[in-house]
Design a protein around this ligand. Structure first.
Ligand SMILES: [Zn+2]
Length: 204
């Protein structure tokens, strides 16, 4: 795992995923979305919610952001995610607490996250708020393969500035595939055909 800045937080991510999470942080920052370190985390040992087995968080390829105002819920009737139309994050969070919205994030920010691409053109993140049977709006996870990540992030697809992201040297951890178990990670990237942002279902 590699520890990186994620807004005001520090999170642990899989080495090939460092640039992807930097792009995610850049989009959240571009939308003035405040990340609260107290209820944000990536790599941890919490059991997966609503099921058994290890979460993708165990592999450093998912992050939960502000879970107090982006709660996990089961939604067997498969409703669309409910966004708040309030203008501030605090007001949207209040609507979540009152049960009027599923998330304090905005559709515009989620759209920009969905637009992040690798240099070989693959979408990078899935948002848990887009799932059908559950809403996990705190949750962003990688949906592209390690090979796609190795092509790099297309920063033209990333809304916002690439601020404070240092260029890495070729001999850094990011370039060293032996520093992580690629094949194991790869098996966790597999997605059903047709699955994807906005339509992805998760049966569990
Ligand atoms: Zn999660």
């Amino acid at each position: 795992m590699t520890t990186i800045d994620f807004g005001p937080d520090r999170i642990k991510v899989a080495p090939p995923a460092v640039e992807a999470f930097e792009a995610l942080a850049a989009v959240l920052r571009a939308h003035d979305y405040d990340i609260r370190p107290a209820d944000t985390d990536s790599y941890n040992c919490r059991a997966i919610k609503g099921g058994t087995g290890r979460s993708l968080h165990s592999y450093g390829i998912a992050v939960d952001v502000n879970w107090q105002t982006n709660p996990y819920k089961e939604t067997p009737t498969r409703p669309a995610v409910k966004f708040s139309n309030k203008s501030t994050q605090a007001e949207r969070g209040e609507e979540v607490r009152r049960g009027l919205a599923d998330t304090d994030m905005t559709p515009e920010m989620i759209r920009d996250v969905a637009n992040i691409r690798t240099r070989n053109g693959k979408p990078v993140f899935t948002w848990g708020g887009s799932w059908n049977n559950i809403k996990d709006s705190m949750h962003f996870e990688l949906r592209c393969s390690p090979d796609d990540l190795r092509s790099g992030i297309d920063w033209n697809s990333v809304r916002g500035e690439r601020a404070q992201v240092a260029e890495r040297q070729p001999d850094s951890d990011f370039r060293r595939p032996e520093s992580f178990d690629l094949r194991r990670l790869e098996s966790f990237f597999r997605r059903p055909e047709g699955g994807g942002f906005g339509s992805m279902d998760r049966d569990r």
